[in-house]
Ligand binder design. Structure first.
Ligand SMILES: NC(=O)C1=CN([C@@H]2O[C@H](COP(=O)(O)OP(=O)(O)OC[C@H]3O[C@@H](n4cnc5c(N)ncnc54)[C@H](O)[C@@H]3O)[C@@H](O)[C@H]2O)[C@@H](O)CC1
Ligand SMILES: [K+]
Length: 494
């Protein structure tokens, strides 16, 4: 993968990489490195907060090695003058780590002091199994609200492989994770509970397998810059089939975001009232009058679906265009009502092609799983979904690239390459019309890309999701959520 991405592993992959090292006697060394990394991040937090000496840190310590990491980190913090104490939440704790902590003058308390500045969650790590119940420790609930919670490896209660939380869980502002980022820190509920993720090298690198996924963290170059001598046709042409009398705004948002994302020409296929409304805001858009597949001539990509609603003639037009793109393998992004077009042979062919990018949210993905009558996929998408496995399964079933939207967006191609994850948890994005903006961005990227292989489509779709989230972040860095989808278009330029 490129430098814009970082590897993400399942908890099981990290444990498997650790096992031979532990058997060879490297366990204590890895634990020391982990604890040192955790203590360093806590020190940096305390430093930015004012002072280290005498600062109040409390470690919630569980029965296994995660608790051991926590105790060694508290020991290291004590050596720097931090007032670091522990609460043991189980009837046992890592014996050597507890001894070291006590030898450094650390005390085991029975409650969480009210003036705790940093609370280290070292209850459960990758060894967690099944539902977790928050320990009944006096002062804990209050401290969770008033102190900075730092998770050791993974917030307790979060499943390291899926991000599912089968019971209760702690929520951290920071997670210091060891050996490599875990899927559970990015996906599902876990993605909402892990805060800022810091990865500590504990010497596992050369023992790790191919990662289960990659996180896209910075701009992924998917196309060349415009050159001197380019003209509108050489810079790509996007055909948009969007909008209906009921939802004219969807066409405006899709066309506007495509134009702003940079493409030679955006042509809209819509009826007269929708076209007139779009031209008011986007005079550079070209209105395409043909209705059949011929209207598509010259387009280098298509964006189909936003705002077609239940309008019969618009849906027929969308289907004609969708079939034309699938047959000619022209890249296409399909969203919103466009996803309803995947019925009959379009649903069951299993070979729509990686150049077709579907962008469902969870509800739309569930409807596709129902239409496919795929019970195992429905199970993956139910209640607390396993978004990584579900995206892969949906991509494979349809033979297309799937981008599953959510607080962490997952993109997978049809033939099983490693998926990309974009952490897009920005509350302001949860409003009407933001999906139409994403469709326009991806449409523009597709129209201008030099893509040749399946993984390229995955990268393009993920880059679209990253640009979308980055625009929201620029517009609303504090996460107040007081902006609409049109404002997002104005914030697209990086
Ligand atoms: N294997 C190694 O050598 C290393 C492990 N490291 C740390 O070790 C952690 C994994 O340690 P462990 O395998 O000991 O596992 P954990 O420390 O995550 O937890 C295991 C213990 O928790 C109990 N438990 C599991 N699920 C529970 C639940 N739902 N409710 C209540 N109790 C539950 C188990 O009975 C077991 O005693 C990693 O997350 C990491 O922090 C690091 O120190 C690096 C090196
Ligand atoms: K933990």
């Amino acid at each position: 993968m490129s430098r814009a991405t970082t590897p993400v592993y399942s908890g099981a992959q990290i444990r498997d990489a650790e096992t031979p090292l532990v058997e060879a006697g490297a366990g204590p060394d890895m634990m020391r490195r982990a604890a040192h990394g955790l203590a360093s991040y806590v020190l940096a937090l305390l430093r930015s907060d004012g002072k280290i000496y005498g600062a109040r840190v409390l470690g919630l310590i569980g029965p296994g090695n995660n608790g051991g990491d926590g105790l060694y980190a508290l020991t290291a913090l004590r050596a720097r003058g931090v007032d670091a104490q522990a609460v043991l939440v189980a009837d046992r704790a890592h014996p050597q780590a507890l001894e070291a902590f006590r030898a450094a003058g650390g005390r085991v308390l029975s409650s969480v002091p009210a003036d705790t500045q940093v609370l280290i969650d070292a209850v459960l790590g990758t060894g967690a199994r099944g539902a977790f119940t928050l320990p009944d420790v006096p002062g804990l609930a209050e401290a969770v609200g008033t102190s900075t919670v730092v998770a050791c490896d993974i917030p307790s209660g979060v499943d390291a492989d899926t991000g599912r939380c089968p019971g209760e869980a702690l929520t951290a502002e920071h997670t210091v994770t060891f050996g490599g980022a875990k899927l559970g820190l990015l996906l599902g509920e876990g993605g909402l509970r892990s805060g800022k993720i810091h990865t500590v090298d504990i010497g596992l690198q050369e023992h790790l397998p191919e990662p289960a996924a990659w996180e896209l963290i910075s701009p992924e170059p998917t196309r060349r810059k415009p050159r001197l001598g380019d003209h509108k046709y050489s810079r790509g042409s996007l055909q948009v089939v969007a909008g209906s009398p009921q939802f004219p705004g969807a066409a405006q948002l899709t066309v506007g975001s495509a134009i702003t994302s940079g493409v030679g020409m955006v042509r809209l296929q819509a009826d007269a009232t929708v076209s007139a409304a779009v031209l008011q805001g986007w005079p550079e858009a070209v209105m395409s009058h043909g209705r059949g597949a011929k209207a598509f001539d010259g387009a280098t990509a298509a964006a189909i679906g936003p705002g077609l609603g239940k309008d019969r003639s618009r849906l027929v037009e969308g289907e004609t265009m969708l079939r034309a793109t699938v047959e000619s393998k022209v890249p296409c992004v399909l969203d919103a009502s466009g996803l309803e077009l995947l019925r009959g042979d379009l649903l069951t062919s299993g070979d729509l092609g990686g150049q077709l990018i579907l962008t469902p949210h969870l509800g739309e993905a569930r409807r596709l799983a129902e239409a496919l009558e795929d019970e195992s996929l429905e199970e993956l998408l139910a209640d607390q979904p396993d978004t990584l496995a579900a995206t892969r399964a949906l991509a494979e079933a349809l033979g297309a690239t799937v981008l599953l939207k959510g607080p962490s967006t997952v993109v997978a191609g049809p033939s099983g390459g490693a998926p990309l994850v974009v952490r897009s948890a920005t509350p302001g994005l949860a409003t009407a019309g933001t999906g139409d903006v994403l469709t326009g961005i991806i449409g523009a990227l597709l129209a201008t890309a030099d893509a040749a292989q399946e993984q390229d489509w995955v990268r393009i779709a993920a880059e679209g999701a990253r640009m979308h989230a980055a625009a929201a972040q620029r517009l609303d860095p504090q996460g107040f959520g007081h902006f609409g989808a049109s404002a997002l278009i104005g914030a697209l330029r990086e």
